[in-house]
Design a protein around this ligand. Structure first.
Ligand code: PLP
Length: 428
């Protein structure tokens, strides 16, 4: 697989290099040089999730990794289903929250972990990341138990929800969690300092495993195929997919699935009131505003970092950006939609309900609608209970971790102390 840097086109890298480096020169994103197309979509869709995903990913990766290796990676990464559920005659929910941290990020995070291990040259790898909650959990679970990879996660002490903390600070083994006496920005600054320290970087094989890694998007392509595979041929012929978007990685993956040949009629970019993209699609002006906190906080992003990939893909495929549907939803409206779905017998949290709302406003007769449910309702229990007056149950994984002991160590906001921790961890 060859990829190029969108900002500096002469920088070309292999899959292995793109996975290891994450970002290219000048902070440019990597983009596949060639996008294969699958001609016989029906027989591809007839395969099971694991073999179909293996086929898609090994076709993309090419001869850098054997098909057996890719198969083992997919098998280890995708150990949970992505079912669709009908909420009305022509509208379906795609549930992406059946993984260990109950959010769709488990797909990308786990495949990235497998990819990093597969392209490693045998040296030490230390993943260092700062989190305000969600990403940390997905990274911790994705790398848990992997040999020769240590994970160190920094988070602001007392500033993430107790349940979030339990979900990733109770694992042990190769997962080390550090509660920093500071805020999220302090944690991020410490991570940056570590990456700026060339000796440290070399000594412990620092890697960020961050959210723009191409391997994440590649994994996410697979569940769009899986959704279509669960529909009849007539249903998927006129399929409209609505994606609740923050950094726009999920929508990029959907568009890539279409580029590979999956017949999706149209996509809808659904956001909360952090609506840089819907406004841009309306006016042609890129004018990010200050980020505003909402109940769909995983989408509180005003400068979406994957957007350049969408522009690049539309340029390459000669798809007009105007073919993208769009819509921005307020907290009040998303709560209304959570209620509406509940009355239809479907429990949904605010991220999914935003995608549902824009979809139901724009779906036309004869079309089949699919909205992505990116998180388990219990992950946003407080908001959901507040909207519905319910007391929803914690699902298995959350309940299990809630009862376990925290293993984090406390640390002052001090780079020298963090360095000691990092060297200590990698000696084990
Ligand atoms: C990360 C996240 C999103 C946004 O996905 P992007 O790929 O960044 O657009 C939506 N919903 C939930 C629950 C998330 O965790």
């Amino acid at each position: 697989m060859k990829l190029y840097n969108i900002k500096e086109n002469d920088q070309k890298v292999s899959f292995a290099q793109a996975v290891r480096q994450g970002l290219g020169r000048n902070q440019g994103l990597f983009f596949p040089q060639e996008l294969p197309t699958f001609d016989d979509i029906d027989s591809l869709l007839a395969e099971d999730f694991i073999s179909r995903s293996t086929k898609i990913l090994s076709t993309l990766i090419g001869d850098e990794l054997s098909q057996e290796t890719v198969n083992a990676m997919v098998d280890a990464a995708f150990q949970f289903p992505a079912p669709i559920t009908g909420v009305s005659d022509d509208v379906y929910a795609l549930e992406l929250f059946h993984g260990p941290t109950l959010a769709f990020k488990d797909f990308g995070g786990r495949f990235m972990a497998q990819s990093l291990a597969a392209v490693s040259d045998g040296g030490k790898i230390t993943i260092l990341t700062a989190t305000s909650g969600d990403t940390g959990a997905a990274v911790a679970h994705a790398f848990y138990g992997m040999e020769d990879i240590n994970v160190v996660i920094l988070y602001p002490k007392g500033k993430i929800s107790p349940l979030q903390e339990k979900l990733f600070c109770t694992l042990g083994k190769n997962i080390h969690t550090v509660a920093i006496d500071g805020d999220f920005d302090d944690c991020q600054a410490l991570v940056k300092q570590a990456f700026d320290d060339a000796k440290l970087r070399d000594d412990i094989g620092l890697n960020s495993a961050n959210s723009i890694n191409i391997s994440r998007l590649m994994a996410q392509i697979c569940y769009y195929f899986e959704a279509a595979a669960q529909m009849s041929k007539e249903q998927r012929e006129n399929l409209v997919v609505s994606v609740p978007s923050g950094n726009f990685g999920n929508l990029t993956a959907g568009l890539l699935a279409k580029a590979l040949g999956l017949p999706i009629k149209r996509f809808i970019a659904a956001t909360n009131i952090n609506d840089t993209v819907p406004r841009y699609l309306e006016t042609g002006q890129w004018e990010p505003k200050a980020t505003i906190a909402t109940t769909s906080n995983a989408m509180d992003v005003s400068q979406p970092n994957n957007w350049p990939r969408i522009e690049e893909l539309c340029r390459v495929k000669e798809w007009g950006l105007e073919t993208l549907g769009k819509g921005a939803v307020t907290d009040v409206q998303s709560a209304e939609s959570v209620r509406e779905l509940y009355e239809k017998g479907y429990l949904c949290e605010p991220h999914g309900s935003i995608a549902y709302r824009v979809l139901s406003e724009q779906l036309q007769k004869g079309e089949t609608g699919l909205f992505l449910c990116t998180a388990h309702p219990a992950k946003f229990k407080e908001v959901v209970d507040d909207i519905l007056g319910t007391d929803i149950d914690l699902p298995g994984p959350l309940a299990k971790h809630a009862a376990m002991e925290l293993l984090s160590e406390d640390l002052a906001n001090d780079f020298e102390l963090l360095k000691d921790v990092l060297y200590q961890v990698t000696k084990q």
